[in-house]
Design a protein around this ligand. Sequence first.
Ligand SMILES: NC(=O)c1ccc[n+]([C@@H]2O[C@H](COP(=O)([O-])OP(=O)(O)OC[C@H]3O[C@@H](n4cnc5c(N)ncnc54)[C@H](O)[C@@H]3O)[C@@H](O)[C@H]2O)c1
Length: 256
Amino acid sequence: MRLQNKRAVVTAAASGMGQAGAEIFAREGAAVVAIDVDGARLRQVVDGIKAAGGKAHAIEIDLLDADNCRQSLEEAVRLLGGLDVLWAHVGMPGLREVENLDVAAYAEAMDLNVRSGLLAAGAAIPHMRAAGGGSIMFTASTAGLVGASVSPVYSAAKFGVVGMAKSLALRCAPDRIRVNAICPGPIDTPMFPKFFDPKASAEAAAKAQAAVLAAIPLGRIGQPQEVANAALWLASDEASFVTGVALPVDGGFTAR
Ligand SMILES: NC(=O)c1ccc[n+]([C@@H]2O[C@H](COP(=O)([O-])OP(=O)(O)OC[C@H]3O[C@@H](n4cnc5c(N)ncnc54)[C@H](O)[C@@H]3O)[C@@H](O)[C@H]2O)c1
């Protein structure tokens, strides 16, 4: 098993890629703390992991709150008896508009996409240092590698996540803590439709989705498990010489 005896935290673990990550980490031998604001779905995920013979705990909490980010990590470390792996996956599409910017909505997008990961990593680092190393992964996006007209704010946040990963990789290397960013392209989760204009007509929405598909060389959107598999590898000792990377998992979208 690829994460035997590892202690892992996954945020946004009640759905989509985070759920797939919590499940595969547990299947590969890790004890997992799954964190999410959606308590009902989170309990289903954790119960499913336990029913399959895995070890998992749930922490229901809103990661938009800064204190919650720190406290949930400390609680996770207490439950796990230490920490080896953090996948700080939580994020949100945020606002699309730029003209007459809604600064409260802007701050929310930045806080969930960037600050929550920084706070989680900041809480995790001392424990990983004490354990002799670890693996931190942030979820950025292809919008953190190339421009995305759909939301300049989202793109700014995800470029920030990539910068945060690279900078922390440099800072944490002496402690043998690897830090990487995962950059998914369009992935088939409940979040995917939220990237499109809710005010668009059905015809315009279909056209926008077709344009996204047409831009993916592999000709389809990705599945949550395909991103979770990348996270599993980055979390594992198989990626022991990989740090500071922004890894696209995007069907070739950013290869053009
Ligand atoms: N789906 C895509 O196409 C796509 C592409 C690139 C990057 N991403 C990134 O992936 C991450 C999540 O995406 P997903 O597609 O797996 O989403 P998803 O919609 O399947 O799940 C998101 C989860 O986050 C939880 N959540 C939302 N706000 C929260 C908060 N304040 N505190 C705690 N939990 C909260 C939700 O309850 C939900 O369980 C985000 O960082 C997103 O930017 C998604």
